[in-house]
Ligand binder design. Structure first.
Ligand code: NAD
Length: 320
């Protein structure tokens, strides 16, 4: 039985990943600076550790006299565009410390296989319809935000350690990911969760504010698809960064319309100034497709599974 460490186990994607790893029969240790906000962890063992500390990383990686077989590193100081633009120092400081220490100690302690969650934010801004970017085209680099620069540096650091120590590394660049059991309020939520919350909160015929003018183009990947991509990539022989994203590109207006259709509510949209981020991202999935991965959840199907969960959170919060 493989013994895995999942970092960021109190978070959204890692929470779903642990559920999947358990179904596959893995022994899982989860580590996070906080417990999961929305559900019990499926991990065999859960440690509260601050992975910015070198000693915490060593503790997370140690299993008796031996070392963990596989690491999934998803811990990050993380949020949607509102957070990314207001907390750039925290992101640059905290996430880089986590990755510096986790990478160094995993390599030094002889971890055989290591997964790292990077982001499509490493790519520059694009216009809708621009040719698809492949992974190598992230360099020369011009990410739109500091979160993207941190990811790029961490990717390169990991690859340097892989070369020196012979550690097998797998790096995914995630597109926007959404689904149940993710942050839906408080300032760190991402666009799909924020829109679902606003729609759940608005009275019939009311108005919801949405950042920008609705024309920005995005790809939204349902969390079960993302977890499937993570597992296929980890078991593959794909070296270097690999994009994972739903090839269904939609505008922010289409995202709002999809949530409206699922909710069955009628409301107005007020387009307001806000940190929208890039205009578009259009990137190639050919590398992850070579593993047999395909996105199975169109946006409407994923929102149909996400909106009811957020609606329930809104209802519970009102009653509390
Ligand atoms: P999340 O915020 O839900 O999970 C991250 C977890 O890391 C949190 O539970 C947090 O408490 C934990 N963490 C933060 N600082 C820590 C520390 N010092 N020590 C231990 N744990 C710490 O985020 P998520 O959406 O699940 O994202 C997971 C990974 O995927 C991150 O690396 C993120 O950058 C990447 N990613 C996510 C998306 C997305 O759309 N959600 C897109 C691209 C990349």
């Amino acid at each position: 039985m493989k013994r895995t460490l999942v970092c960021g186990a109190g978070g959204f994607i890692a929470g779903h990943l642990i559920e999947r790893l358990k179904k596959e029969g893995y022994w899982v240790r989860g580590v996070d600076i906080k417990a999961h906000e929305f559900r019990d962890t499926f991990a065999d063992e859960f440690l509260l550790l601050d992975l910015r500390e070198p000693e915490a990383c060593r503790q997370a990686l140690t299993l008796g006299d031996s070392v963990i077989d596989e690491v999934y590193q998803l811990a990050a100081d993380m949020g949607g565009m509102g957070f990314i633009h207001s907390a750039e120092c925290e992101i640059m400081h905290n996430s880089i410390l986590i990755n510096v220490h986790m990478t160094h100690h995993a390599a030094e302690m002889g971890v055989p296989r290591y997964f790292y969650s990077s982001s499509a934010c490493v790519y520059p801004d694009m216009q809708p319809g621009d040719p698809e970017m492949t992974e190598v085209q992230a360099i020369p680099a011009n990410p739109d935000n500091e979160y993207g620069w941190e990811k790029l540096y961490s990717e390169r650091m990991l690859q340097a350690y892989a070369r020196r120590y012979g550690m097998t590394v797998r790096i995914a660049r995630f597109q926007n990911c959404y689904g149940p059991y993710g942050t839906w309020t408080g300032g760190r939520e991402k666009a799909p969760a924020a829109i679902c919350r606003k729609v759940a909160e608005v009275a019939e015929g009311g108005t919801i504010p949405v950042w920008g003018n609705g024309t920005a183009v995005r790809s939204y990947t349902f969390v079960h698809d993302m977890v499937d991509g993570i597992r296929r990539l980890m078991d593959s022989d794909l070296e270097g960064p690999v994009n994972i994203g739903n090839p269904e590109y939609v505008t922010v207006k289409e995202l709002v319309d999809t949530v409206a259709a699922v909710s069955g509510k009628r409301f107005q949209i007020e387009w307001v100034e806000g940190p929208v981020g890039v205009q578009s991202r259009n990137f190639s999935n050919e590398r992850i497709y070579s593993t047999g991965w395909r996105a199975r959840y169109p946006l409407a199907a994923g929102i149909a599974l996400t909106y009811p969960w957020i609606e329930e959170q809104v209802r519970s919060a009102r009653q509390a």
